[in-house]
Write a protein that binds this ligand. Sequence first.
Ligand SMILES: NC(=O)c1ccc[n+]([C@@H]2O[C@H](COP(=O)([O-])OP(=O)(O)OC[C@H]3O[C@@H](n4cnc5c(N)ncnc54)[C@H](OP(=O)(O)O)[C@@H]3O)[C@@H](O)[C@H]2O)c1
Length: 376
Amino acid sequence: MRALVAMGERSASQVRALEGCSAQLHGSVVHFALVQRPDIDFDPADPAHAQDVLLRVHAFSCNYREKGRLLQAARRPEGGYLVLGSEFAGTVVKVGSGVQDLQPGDRVFGDGAVDATSAHPGLSTQRGSQELQVLPRAKLMRFPATMPFADAAAFSVGAQTAYSMVRRLHPARGAQIAVTAATSNTSLFVIQALVARGHAVHALTTSAAAVPRLRAMGVKDCCVLARSEDADPVLQDYLAAHGMAKFDAVVDPFMDIYLRKLVRHLQRGGSYITCGVYQQFSEEEPDAFMEQGLPLAEVFSLIIRKNISLVGNNLGTTGDLAEALADHGAGRLPVPLDSVTGPGGLAGFVQRTWLVPGRQGKVVFSYAADERGGQP
Ligand SMILES: NC(=O)c1ccc[n+]([C@@H]2O[C@H](COP(=O)([O-])OP(=O)(O)OC[C@H]3O[C@@H](n4cnc5c(N)ncnc54)[C@H](OP(=O)(O)O)[C@@H]3O)[C@@H](O)[C@H]2O)c1
């Protein structure tokens, strides 16, 4: 079976790559390779695999978080490689004896549910690029044949996280909601979920070129921040221009960038929900835009004085993912797809996933000949 791996210089010379490329990432050279690994299998009669499923991955994608993990792997003095991929779409090959509701040929992607009752909370796998996977039934969700594999491989993490954040934010009718890093994969899902429910979304972005696309998605307006300039006067002008004193709520995938900038622009009793931080890997230079805003002591004090609800969010529930999939099926949640590539296009996949500015959604690698995913 094939898999996408990342490694440092030392291991790259020892690994036989079907296809390879290298990139400079945060001061380190990282080698990426499509490699052959031994196939995996299980005996469906084996009680240890009663609740397991063997599936063949047709398409996969990577996430922001993997950049930190692959940098660590590339910098490891002892070498070795890291198998990549935190989202996948595939078909069931065989099921364990206790799995009644899936059968060979069913189309599945990961269910990263973190429900308190789940025996396996979190991502289904962090090796989603491996063509064969043995995963617990509970970590999979079936998707319909109308959804191409490429879309399905770009769906589950963003959709589940976004629907969880919107459910937990539970905005009041008429609430004015700021969504930060509006062009991030996560926020593209959040914006669509909020707009589909009729909420007023204010898209905060550092990508001026993305404004027409964000407007077309139905946001009320866009507040463009320049990473080299002070954000606060821009936020003040934006609120004044839209007749608002403050935002009612904020949805933010990069808390270490935006909390310090937005707490003062959030209503008394407002809500701030966040699913991540920007600084997940070492930077050569401290990021000046990130450092902008109130000192943390003042942020903490304001959160208390203004009775702000600050909510951390990790992925979501199976119900969140099912609701997102239903919305997708009903045409209310198109998958934000930047590009689909396959064998022969590894360098482009790496570039668009982690390196180029102006990405317009998820980047998918498809093993299937028909990239948008018909039948492989
Ligand atoms: N906990 C969970 O369940 C969960 C799930 C999914 C994601 N996450 C987290 O959510 C965050 C976003 O992930 P993602 O995959 O959506 O990220 P992504 O698509 O890679 O985000 C890229 C966006 O970040 C913004 N950005 C990039 N560099 C920036 C800089 N120097 N200053 C300011 N903004 C910058 C840009 O948005 P603009 O151009 O619009 O400003 C850019 O389009 C990560 O922290 C990730 O770990 C968490």
